[in-house]
Design a protein around this ligand. Structure first.
Ligand SMILES: [Zn+2]
Length: 339
């Protein structure tokens, strides 16, 4: 069985007024909307794959209002998890994550994965210019783009959004599903609804509506600092922690630890403080424990063994326990073959 989704040609009345709370009055099901523009090489744009990340909806309302009369380029807009959006959740307990079940997923086949398969087939049947998936994240992060295939077109696409871009390889994300089809990118636009994130993504999409082509040459290091995320840092359940170096707990971080997002931390800089031997647990993308390779504890201070960049740091205790404290990024450069 395939999950029910609707198809529209043209925007429904009321599109500019809806918010996520009442989105199902207009889109009772996930909906694919074809919008014809002057250049028929389509932009595929997905929004609300995570229901609580509503920046994408605001971006498309703004852009489509500006181009109500003449859209420079055709758009295929996918409005994703409307049920979760209505409840302001990433996804609902009876659902799979809408950004982990696209073609290439490791998850077992489901009605939702079959819907995503169909969406990609429909998109693939059209001339596609690029695929853009708009998201938000938690915590203080700069806006950045994620690509799953670091080919030159994708790198140039990432550089159009920000100087820092991330290579990621979560299987089943929408961006990966478009990799063999067209340039594809995920935009991380800060906290949901952050006006600067909306503005930034609007400028990016606006630029993509009129761009002739993406260069095939490598962006300079100044234009794009490409990093990869392959380490996840967790605090074990039994370790007490505070973001206060003076606290009487097992693990302490500086108050402003969150400000270290996307900054390089070298092996001489103090990462944190501890009174136990193994205060943190670090796993690689295969789930292997690599804690002892990555960090060391000396006289109650925690150091990294290599220069790494923490990202997506959160101070939210629930998120830390359920997901992780942060990821550790490293430069993508050393994997590249110089031609
Ligand atoms: Zn997301």
């Amino acid at each position: 069985m395939i999950e029910n989704f609707d198809r529209l040609h043209g925007l429904p009345d009321g599109f500019f007024e809806i918010s996520t709370a009442n989105i199902r009055s207009l889109f009772p099901n996930p909906t694919l909307i074809q919008l014809d523009g002057e250049d028929e090489n389509f932009l595929f744009i997905s929004i609300l794959l995570h229901g609580n990340e509503y920046t994408g909806l605001k971006v498309m309302q703004k852009i489509l209002a500006q181009h109500a009369e003449n859209l420079p380029r055709s758009i295929l807009l996918f409005v994703g998890n409307v049920r979760a959006a209505e409840a302001n959740r990433r996804y609902l307990p009876d659902q799979v994550d809408y950004n982990r079940c696209w073609p290439g997923t490791d998850l077992e086949s489901s009605a939702t994965s079959q819907m995503m398969q169909r969406i990609v087939e429909i998109a693939h049947g059209l001339p596609l210019f690029a695929a853009i998936d708009i998201h938000n994240n938690t915590g203080k992060n700069p806006h950045y783009a994620c690509i799953t295939d670091p080919n030159m077109k994708n790198q140039n696409l990432a550089a159009r959004f920000n100087r820092v871009g991330m290579v990621f390889n979560h299987r089943g994300v929408s961006t990966m599903a478009f990799d063999d089809i067209c340039p594809a990118i995920t935009l991380e636009c800060g906290l949901p609804g952050d006006p600067q994130g909306i503005e930034h993504a609007c400028r990016f999409v606006e630029g993509m509506l009129t761009l002739d082509e993406l260069p095939d040459s490598k962006p300079t290091r100044h234009a794009l600092h490409l990093v990869e995320s392959h380490l996840t840092l967790n605090i074990p359940e039994h370790i007490s922690f505070e973001f206060n170096p003076e606290a009487d707990v097992d693990l302490r971080f500086e108050n402003d630890f969150e400000d270290r997002n996307f900054t390089l931390i070298d092996p001489q800089q103090i990462f944190g403080y501890t009174r136990v031997a193994r205060p943190l647990s670090i796993t690689d993308t295969d789930g292997h424990d690599v804690t002892d390779e990555i960090l060391r504890v000396e006289a109650g201070k925690i150091y990294l063994n290599n220069t790494l960049m923490p990202a997506m740091i959160t101070r939210d205790r629930l998120v830390i326990r359920q997901d992780c404290l942060c990821h550790l990024l490293q430069d993508y450069l050393h994997h590249e073959v110089e031609l």
